[in-house]
Design a protein around this ligand. Structure first.
Ligand SMILES: CC(C)(COP(=O)(O)OP(=O)(O)OC[C@H]1O[C@@H](n2cnc3c(N)ncnc32)[C@H](O)[C@@H]1OP(=O)(O)O)[C@@H](O)C(=O)NCCC(=O)NCCS
Length: 175
């Protein structure tokens, strides 16, 4: 298995053109928009790379967001503003030649820790994501989240101040 670097911020000179996670929409976004959004502060992308070749193995993107209070579990809705400040995990993808080796799980943990750190300075109730399909929803659930609710929508992990697992593993699929 290739030695993989620790996550680091995307740079302009990274070769995004060779990245292929097998999902065209995520390849396209990464190639066309990841750097511009990163540079403009709209979203922040971190990458992991092959330590020998510098090839990008995976990326994850975080940005500020809001979630409608109604998407939270009933027990969490009281005494909250509407919408509720949150952090969006917008994209998470691994090159197809490197999938199934635990890289996505590692990047997800990195992103959750980064979101928790940021939430100590700028309030964020938790991390939300928008699973593209049932397979992606299954991936997030497999990575320590329990599904709930019906239909299309979001998943959310509520932030928690307890280490080493900073985020509650409860997830919400919006009604
Ligand atoms: C989904 C994706 C990120 C998973 O990457 P990966 O590196 O293969 O995942 P990992 O090896 O870290 O797997 C972590 C766990 O999730 C499970 N898993 C991975 N893909 C899964 C899937 N499609 N459905 C259910 N579980 C899945 C693995 O079995 C593993 O569980 P285990 O440790 O208990 O065996 C990757 O397939 C990918 O990049 N897909 C294309 C882009 C995409 O759809 N991204 C979705 C988020 S926007």
């Amino acid at each position: 298995m290739a030695e993989v670097t620790l996550p680091r911020p995307l740079s302009e000179t990274d070769d995004r053109g060779r990245f292929d996670c097998g999902r065209e929409s995520l390849n396209h976004w990464f190639l066309r928009h990841a750097w511009a959004n990163h540079a403009a502060g709209i979203s922040r992308t971190n990458v992991i790379c092959d330590a020998a070749t510098a090839e990008i193995i995976g990326y994850v993107t975080l940005s500020a967001a809001q979630v409608e209070r109604a998407f939270l579990p009933k027990s969490q809705q009281r005494n909250k503003p509407d919408p509720v400040p949150a952090t969006l995990l917008g994209q998470l993808a691994i090159h197809k030649d490197h999938q199934g080796k635990g890289h996505a799980r590692s990047l997800l943990l990195f992103a959750l820790r980064a979101a928790l750190r940021a939430s100590r300075e700028i309030g964020s109730f938790g991390v939300i994501t928008h699973p593209l399909d049932d397979s992606v929803r299954a991936f997030y659930c497999q990575c320590g989240k329990s599904g709930g609710g019906e239909g299309e929508g979001h998943m959310a992990a509520r932030s928690r101040a307890r280490e080493p697992h900073p985020f509650n593993t409860h997830c919400v699929i919006g009604q």
